[in-house]
Ligand binder design. Structure first.
Ligand code: GDP
Length: 469
C-alpha cells in the first residue's frame, strides 16, 4: 500500500464526463506532474479547473477539473485525486496513461475498496455492499446494499461480537487467575443466561435469512391436481408462453418445470408438476409423480386444481394433506359448465367445501378457464394476497439480509454458542472448552465484518480492565 494507484472509475463508452481516480501517498505528486495550473498549496476537497498534460511530451490532453482529497478524508483513507474530464473510452485511456507516466501504477480490480478496508474506512460487510450496489439489478437488492452501506448489518453483528468478547475476557480471566478449572456456580448460571440471549439473537438472524427468500428469491408455488385438470395450461397462461407441453393425454408432464413470475412486487417460482395420479404402470410417469410430491412438500403455496366438469358429480379428487404456508383452490375449465351463473357457482363451491378437509376447506378459491384466460386476474389476486399475508407474518428485516459468506459465519457462530450453552448444562465442562467455544463464536462473527485477529480486540478490551478486577 505504499505505492500510488490509478484507474478509470467510470464505465466505458461515450459519455459527457469520465473520471480517473488516483489513490496513495504520492497522489499529490502524480497530480502535479499531469495537471496544470495548480496552486503551490493544494487545497483539499476543492474543485480546480485546468488541463491534463501528458508528462512525457507536455502536450495538453483535455480540459477538466481536478480534486485533491487529503488523507484520511477520502474513500481509501489515503491521499486521493479525481480527474473529471470528458468521457469516451479513448480520451479516458489517454488521461489514465498520463497518470501512469506521472508515477502512478494501474490499480487492480477492487483495490480502492481493499485499501479502504485495510485502512479501516469500511468493514467487509460494507465492502461487499458496495459491490452489491454496483451490480444491483432490482430495487430490493439496491435497498439491501444501501442499508448495509449504512452499517445496518455490521452494527448488530459487531454488538453481538463484543458481547461474546466480554464473556471471553471474563472466562479467560478465570482461566488465568482462578484456582479452579471450572466456573463458580453463580457464574455459570449467569453465563448460560447471557449465552442463551446471544443464541436467540443469532437464531433470529438465521430465521430472517429463511424469510428473505420470500422477498428476494421468490415464493415457491406448486400446481397440483389430478392428470389432465389443466396444470400445464395454467402454467402457460400465467407465463404467457408455451412453456409446458399441453396434450389431451393424461400424464404428459413428467418432470417438474420451474419458471419465475412477477405479480406486482412479488416474485413467484412456479412449478408445474406431473399429475398426482395414484396408479400408473408407466415407470417414467411414476418418477414424475415422486418428483411432484417432493416439489409439493417444499412449496410455500400449494395450488390445488379441480376440473369444473367433475364438480357436481362429487367425483373431484381431494387435495393431498401436505404442510404449506398457504393454499389456493382453482376450479379450471369453467367454460365447460352448462350453467356458469354466479348462483350455480356458489352452490358448487359450497358443495366442494363441504367435503374438503382441514385448511383446504378455508382456502381462497378462483374459477378459471385456462383455455380462454377467464378468471386469470382473480387467481393472480389470490396469489398476491396469499403472498402478502405470508410476508406480513414472516418477520423480515431487509437490512439484516446476509450473503452466503455471512450466513455461513452466522451459522458457525450459532453452532459454537450452542455448544457452549449445552456444555454449561452438563455436570462438568472444562473451562478451556468453554473458552474455545466462545472464542470460536466471536471469531466467526468477526470474520463477517473482517476482524480477523480477535486477540487485538481482546487486548483493547483488556486494557479497560485492571488486574485486580
Ligand atoms: P395437466 O395434465 O393438468 O397439465 O393438463 P393440461 O394443461 O395438459 O390440459 C389437459 C387438457 O385439458 C388439454 O387438452 C387442455 O387443452 C385442456 N384444458 C386445459 N384447460 C382447459 C380449460 O380451461 N377449458 C377447457 N375446455 N379445456 C382445458
Amino acid at each position: 500500500m505504499n505505492d500510488t494507484i490509478s484507474a478509470i472509475a467510470t464505465a466505458a463508452g461515450p459519455a459527457a464526463i469520465g473520471i480517473v481516480r488516483i489513490s496513495g501517498p504520492d497522489a499529490e505528486a502524480v497530480l502535479r506532474r499531469c495537471f496544470r495550473p495548480l496552486p503551490s498549496e493544494l487545497p483539499s476537497h476543492k474543485l480546480l479547473h485546468g488541463w491534463v498534460i501528458d508528462p512525457s511530451t507536455n502536450e495538453p490532453l483535455d480540459e477538466g477539473l481536478a480534486v485533491f482529497m487529503r488523507a484520511p478524508k477520502s474513500y481509501t483513507g489515503e491521499h486521493g485525486v479525481e480527474l473529471q474530464v470528458h468521457g469516451g473510452s479513448l480520451n479516458l485511456r489517454r488521461i489514465f496513461e498520463a497518470t501512469l507516466s506521472a508515477g502512478a501504477r494501474q490499480a487492480q480490480a477492487g483495490e480502492f475498496s481493499l485499501r479502504a478496508f485495510l485502512n479501516g474506512r469500511i468493514d467487509l460487510v460494507r465492502a461487499e455492499a458496495i459491490a452489491e450496489l454496483i451490480h444491483a439489478e432490482s430495487d430490493e437488492a439496491l435497498r439491501v446494499a444501501r442499508a448495509q452501506l449504512g452499517g445496518a448489518l455490521s452494527k448488530p453483528i459487531e454488538a453481538l461480537r463484543l458481547r461474546l468478547l466480554e464473556l471471553l475476557v471474563m472466562l479467560e480471566g478465570q482461566l488465568d487467575f482462578g484456582e479452579e478449572d471450572e466456573l463458580q456456580d453463580w457464574d455459570s448460571g449467569e453465563l448460560a443466561r447471557q449465552l442463551e440471549v446471544l443464541q436467540g439473537q443469532l437464531a433470529l438472524l438465521l430465521r430472517n435469512q429463511e424469510n428473505a427468500r420470500w422477498y428476494l428469491g421468490g415464493l415457491r408455488v406448486a400446481f397440483l391436481g389430478p392428470p389432465n385438470v389443466g396444470k400445464s395450461s395454467l402454467f402457460n397462461l400465467l407465463l404467457g408462453a408455451d412453456r409446458a407441453i399441453v396434450t389431451e393425454r393424461a400424464g404428459t408432464t413428467r418432470d417438474v418445470l420451474e419458471e419465475s413470475l412477477r405479480i406486482e412486487e412479488q416474485r413467484f417460482l412456479l412449478s408445474d408438476t406431473a399429475g398426482l395420479a395414484t396408479q400408473t404402470d408407466d415407470p417414467v410417469e411414476r418418477i414424475g409423480i415422486a418428483r411432484s410430491l417432493s416439489t409439493a412438500e417444499q412449496a410455500d403455496v400449494l395450488v390445488w386444481l379441480l376440473d369444473a366438469a367433475q364438480l357436481g358429480e362429487g367425483s373431484a379428487s381431494l387435495p393431498p394433506d401436505f404442510d404449506a404456508a398457504a393454499r389456493l383452490l382453482v376450479v379450471n375449465k369453467v367454460d365447460l359448465l352448462e350453467d356458469p351463473s354466479s348462483a350455480r357457482l356458489e352452490v358448487l363451491e359450497r358443495e366442494l367445501r363441504s367435503y374438503l378437509r382441514g385448511a383446504w376447506a378455508e382456502a381462497p378459491l378462483s374459477w378459471l378457464s385456462a383455455r380462454s384466460g377467464e378468471g386469470r386476474q382473480a387467481l393472480e389476486k389470490n396469489m398476491l394476497a396469499a403472498a402478502r399475508a405470508l410476508r406480513a407474518q414472516a418477520e423480515f428485516d431487509m437490512a439484516l439480509f446476509c450473503n452466503l459468506r455471512q450466513v455461513e459465519a452466522v451459522r458457525a457462530a450459532a453452532a459454537a454458542t450452542a455448544r457452549a450453552v449445552q456444555g454449561l448444562a452438563e455436570a462438568y465442562y472444562p473451562l478451556e472448552l468453554l473458552c474455545s467455544d466462545v472464542r470460536e463464536a466471536a471469531e466467526a462473527l468477526g470474520s463477517i465484518v473482517g476482524v480477523i485477529a480477535v486477540d487485538e480486540v481482546l487486548d483493547g478490551i483488556f486494557a479497560r480492565f485492571c488486574i485486580g478486577k
